[in-house]
Write a protein that binds this ligand. Structure first.
Ligand code: NAP
Length: 638
């Protein structure tokens, strides 16, 4: 490479992660000197907050690293893996303990998938046959295929049951125009299945669906999946110490059994249709965003959209381009986070560097992971010393974020005071899901064929939607971007545990699970993306699925090692855990603010969100504490 090419490559790079990758690839720790130690408080800033002098030095080092790597006689040495812990310390700039370093090394996975479980050799897992399985995984979405993969790596037979005809879960079902991942794609991917060449920083739904299909194929688990099979009920058989699973299949009802069940059914896949008067009287077409009607020719149609959450803000711009008129009914405006690369392809130079520097894509991902995971959530936590109004902000940092995001809205809508008055939220940042923006929301709302109605809805009528100001907004189609029934975990399956207890009655609308996974009275039922495992602003839910899948395998290992059949979480451990979640959630913006959000159950409690640093979930899912479980040797005592 000549000097110009090297300069161009470096200009396209993220320098801190490039230096870490070059140091790893060349084995030269001099490329990550102490003088360029990253300040963790500035980690979110481009280039980690380096000043001009530091930036100049970093560029020089990157040039020398790239020259060394690409020199005809150089670059042949294998990467120096012994440097990885030191490089992680350097890249984060933080004082990490061994656990944290290990978790980040697992995420980095630069030496391959570090989360592969040791095979379980003890124990007596029944061989698979058509109706009896060691483990049944419900759901073949992001969490379910991962669980099946980890079980397979641990040597445990499983069957995966999915109501759909393919893998992908939410990425299969949500096909609305504009659907894309709003977490950086490098982070929204499995640590052990990283893909450097994402076409965009936030790829579209078809790309995500292909990724999950590819993973299932590469992992060789497709033949373990039974598609088009709906689980109606699960019942724990005390005598057999197994779950009896009733299925609805294309050839009628069927019953299978499994020693353990992993629920990987997701939180956001049962549409919430709003309880608005007159919905059934509407004369035109109406549908929910997750059941998009691709057969409609929008050209001459007037469309009413109800909702302005993450889904609606992705599809409304497309409807505005396709339809004659769009009326947007907004009950609560979302906070917008500016993300200029939201719709951008990955920079060419970056892709070339990923090819050129071994492991660079992994180090790039790790830096995104670090910056977006722990870096932001602190701004949503209440500061007890904060004496401002809690209905607006929960800490000085939260207030500062609010001020910056309000400035962004002013910059976007300043020329339209009528819109600006409607789009600035009046609740703390983080009390509801924030939505990414690259200017498209303002451009859409300013279009002549778009109207934003924020005064509320009185009722739906045959010809359209009547606002609470009495005005009828005529519509040919209504699209509901009204979200999902997130608090109804594991619905509509009927789940009965020991003594015939019904899981939904036990929860009574407020789902809880010890470690987000286990519920007393329901032995060997393990939830992934279960209660209190949703994250709000800091990172990717795939991280939680990886922790959850690991924990499930470790629970099964415990059973095998102890020579027991089942484990049932102790009620006191469950209650203690729920109280801990409540206490911490009550200190977060989403727990403090009374604003509507899918983070809350009908009772007002927060059974959805994880309120602590991510590392805490990693630590508590390393292995089960036997003291928190009743271990059941075989059938009931009597
Ligand atoms: P949502 O965030 O729950 O938003 C639902 C919208 O519908 C809100 O604006 C809500 O208003 C409105 N609404 C509900 N019932 C209403 C009623 N009766 N009358 C008027 N308005 C009503 O749902 P979503 O947009 O589908 O997103 C759900 C979650 O899915 C997101 O938060 C995110 O976690 C995930 N998601 C992710 C992506 C991604 O890119 N990765 C994309 C889409 C969705 P209120 O705000 O007043 O309740």
């Amino acid at each position: 490479m000549d000097s110009d090419q090297i300069e161009q490559q470096i200009a396209a790079s993220d320098l801190p992660s490039l230096l870490a990758a070059l140091a790893h690839a060349t084995g030269d720790p001099g490329l990550v000197p102490g003088s360029l130690w990253l300040d963790p408080d500035l980690a979110l800033q481009p280039e980690g907050g380096w000043d001009q002098e530091q930036l100049g030095r970093a560029r020089e080092l990157a040039v020398s690293g790239l020259r060394k790597l690409t020199a005809p006689e150089g670059g042949s040495d294998a990467p120096n893996d012994a440097l990885v812990p030191e490089l992680i310390d350097w890249l984060t700039g933080a004082d990490l303990d061994d656990g944290y370093r290990r978790m980040l090394a697992e995420e980095l996975a630069v030496t391959g998938d570090m989360r592969i479980p040791e095979p379980i050799t003890a124990g007596d897992w029944p061989a698979a046959n058509t109706s009896d399985h060691a483990v049944a995984v419900i759901g073949a979405g992001m969490s379910g295929i991962l669980a099946a993969h980890r079980l397979e790596q641990a040597g445990i037979d499983c069957v995966v049951l999915d109501k759909n005809g393919d893998v992908g879960g939410t990425w299969l079902e949500n096909t609305y125009p504009g659907c894309r991942v709003d977490v950086f794609n490098h982070v929204y991917s499995y640590s052990g299945e990283q893909r450097p060449d994402w076409p965009e920083y936030h790829s579209s739904q078809p790309v995500l669906l292909d990724y999950f299909r590819d993973c299932a194929r590469r992992w060789g688990i497709r033949d373990r999946i039974r598609f088009d099979v709906r689980v109606d009920s699960l019942a724990w058989d005390d005598d057999a110490c197994r779950w009896v699973i009733r299925l609805e299949t294309s050839s009628g009802p069927e019953e299978i059994t499994a020693g353990a069940v992993v629920s990987a059914v997701g939180q956001l896949n049962r549409p919430l249709m709003p309880d608005i008067e007159g919905v059934d009287s509407f004369a035109g077409e109406q549908f929910h965003s997750s059941a998009w009607r691709h057969d409609i020719d929008w050209q001459d149609l007037r469309v009413a959209v109800i909702g302005t959450g993450a889904s609606a803000l992705q599809f409304i711009p497309h409807l505005a381009e396709a339809a004659a008129h769009v009326t947007v009914f907004q009950r609560t405006p979302p906070w917008l986070i500016p993300r200029p690369v939201y719709h951008e392809p990955l920079a060419e130079g970056l892709l070339r560097l990923f090819e050129l520097v071994p492991g660079y894509a992994h180090w790039f991902r790790l830096r995104l992971f670090w910056c977006t995971h722990e870096g932001t959530v602190g701004a949503l936590r209440r500061d007890p010393a904060w004496d401002g109004p809690l209905d607006q902000a929960v800490s000085r940092r939260n207030e500062e974020t609010r001020r910056l995001l309000t400035l962004y809205l002013r910059s976007e809508f300043g020329d339209r005071p009528d819109l600006l008055a409607k789009v600035v939220p009046d609740y703390p940042v983080g009390a509801k899901r924030v939505v990414l923006d690259n200017g498209i929301w303002a451009r859409t709302l300013k279009r002549a064929n778009v109207e934003l109605v924020s005064g509320g809805i009185e009722r739906v009528e045959p010809d359209g939607v009547r606002g609470s100001d009495g005005r009828l907004h005529r519509a040919d189609v209504i699209v509901y971007g009204t979200g999902f029934r997130a608090s109804e975990f594991l619905m509509p399956m009927r789940v009965t545990g020991r003594d015939g207890d019904d899981l939904h009655e036990t929860w009574n609308g407020d789902a809880r699970a010890y470690n987000g996974v286990c519920v007393p009275g329901f032995p060997n039922l393990f939830c992934i993306y279960g209660p209190n495992t949703n994250i709000v602003i800091n990172g990717s839910i795939i991280y939680f699925a990886e922790c959850g899948a690991h924990y499930v395998v470790e629970c099964l290992r415990l059973l095998a090692e102890r020579g027991v059949t089942a484990m049932d979480c102790r009620p006191d451990a469950y209650q203690c855990y729920a109280a801990r979640m409540d206490e911490h959630n009550s200190q977060m913006a989403w727990g403090i603010s009374p604003v509507n959000s899918w983070y809350k159950s009908p009772s007002g409690g927060v059974a959805q969100n994880w309120p602590l640093p991510l590392i805490d979930y990693w630590r508590q899912t390393r292995r089960p504490d036997p003291a928190d479980f009743e271990l059941i040797a075989e059938g009931p005592a009597d």
